[in-house]
Design a protein around this ligand. Structure first.
Ligand code: GN1
Ligand code: MG
Length: 365
């Protein structure tokens, strides 16, 4: 659950940053599963302005300063790119506010790490995408993000080590089954078998990376459809958000997570599995948008494994939900009992739907 904060506390927290004007109100914002996010309204000389204030979940991000170093470096790089291409009126990047000591984050009295952003107006994040055109735009946005970072200098911190190391995610699931701290393993035997029967495929991308067929890049690693803002007027993807997991990774992780989150017409925790499945027209939109924006930098093996990546990342995130359910719901925020299990089941239903459509997906290549 999101920690409740009073208006007084929010006012004090934003007071750690260089913001001018009068604080009016702060309200919980968005649907993140990890951090606590608030939208703040300020009055600056008669004009209403918004900011985002966010608490970094230190259970998930053990080294928040490293997270912030990555975010600051990446957003600086993106801003330079946007300015160099004279796209300031069309494209945006997250812009951090400085705290009074000049650093782009601040710690509260309890040791929580906070940061603040300028709010991107007239744009929104969609939980469920509405059309193949929208999928195309989302994939273009994430593809362009990757392309813009191709010439980034230096290596970023690995903010969560082995984040998309699927075999290690399988091992974590197996450990959780063995420990079975909540006595839930019996209830989810079918789900556990679902993963184990696909275990052999889980090291496919890691092997292709080791053999040199798929290069390491700077990737976003959490390209859920709701992590990109769509402009209300133009319908274009204008700003990639949630940069906490931007780090070295494979481009296929980003494509895969887009397909996972954006082809499903239902919510991530939908209980009625009849509503869950991969919409092929949405997949096609993602494929065309991603190739349009990043195609020139992708290697033949990266292209070949685009369809597989959707399935792999869906399986991986499904097993993370399952692992968390078995562990007593300690990682992802939950708002009701069994929510992690429902999330897991939607993912596995999607995996099946992707398997059934794999031929069609490959035929697009
Ligand atoms: C988390 O916070 P949010 O919703 O953007 C998670 C992702 C999962 C996603 C599933 C750091 O992202 O990896 O894919 O939930 N982020 C982290 O909805 O674990
Ligand atoms: Mg997010």
């Amino acid at each position: 659950m999101a920690t409740p904060y009073t208006q007084r506390e929010i006012r004090r927290l934003i007071g750690m940053f260089d913001v001018y004007g009068d604080f009016l109100v702060g309200t919980p914002f968005g649907n993140g599963n990890v951090n606590d996010t608030f939208q703040l309204t300020f009055d600056q000389g008669g004009i209403r302005l918004h900011y985002i204030l966010q608490r970094i979940n230190s259970h998930v991000f053990k080294e928040p300063i490293k997270v912030m170093e990555n975010v600051a470096r990446v957003t600086d790089h993106l801003l330079k790119k946007i300015r160099a291409s004279h796209q300031e009126t069309k494209k945006r990047t997250i812009r951090l506010l400085n705290a009074h000591d000049g650093r782009p984050f601040a710690f509260d009295d309890c040791g929580n790490c906070w940061r603040a952003y300028i709010f991107v107006e007239h744009a929104r994040a969609y939980e469920v995408l509405e059309s193949p055109e929208q999928a195309f735009r989302v994939a273009q946005g994430f593809g362009e993000f990757q392309r813009q970072l191709v010439d980034f200098n230096g290596r970023l911190h690995e903010t969560i080590p082995d984040f998309h190391n699927t075999p290690k995610r399988v091992a974590a699931l197996e450990a959780a089954v063995k420990a079975d701290v909540c006595n839930r393993a019996k209830e989810v035997e079918r789900e556990i078998d679902f993963v184990l029967s696909r275990k052999d495929e889980t090291d496919t991308l890691i092997k292709l990376n080791a053999s040199g067929d798929i290069p390491e890049r700077i990737t976003h690693n959490d390209t859920k459809a709701n992590n990109i803002l769509i402009d209300d007027l133009s319908g274009e993807a204008v700003c990639v958000i949630d940069l906490d997991t931007v780090m070295p990774g494979l481009s296929l992780y980003d494509f895969g997570d887009m397909v996972r989150s954006g082809t499903n017409p239902a919510e991530e925790d939908e209980i009625n599995l009849d509503k869950v499945g991969m919409r092929f027209d949405m997949y096609k939109g993602f494929y065309e948008g991603f190739v349009d924006a990043a195609g020139k930098v992708l290697t033949p093996a990266e292209k070949e494994y685009l369809p597989f990546s959707g399935k792999l990342i869906t399986l991986e995130i499904g097993m993370r939900f399952l692992t968390d359910y078995l562990s007593g719901d300690v990682y992802f925020k939950t708002r009701r009992p069994r929510q992690n299990l429902d999330r897991c089941r939607t993912q596995f239903k999607l995996v099946e739907s992707m398997e059934a459509q794999m031929k069609r997906m490959k035929a697009l290549l």
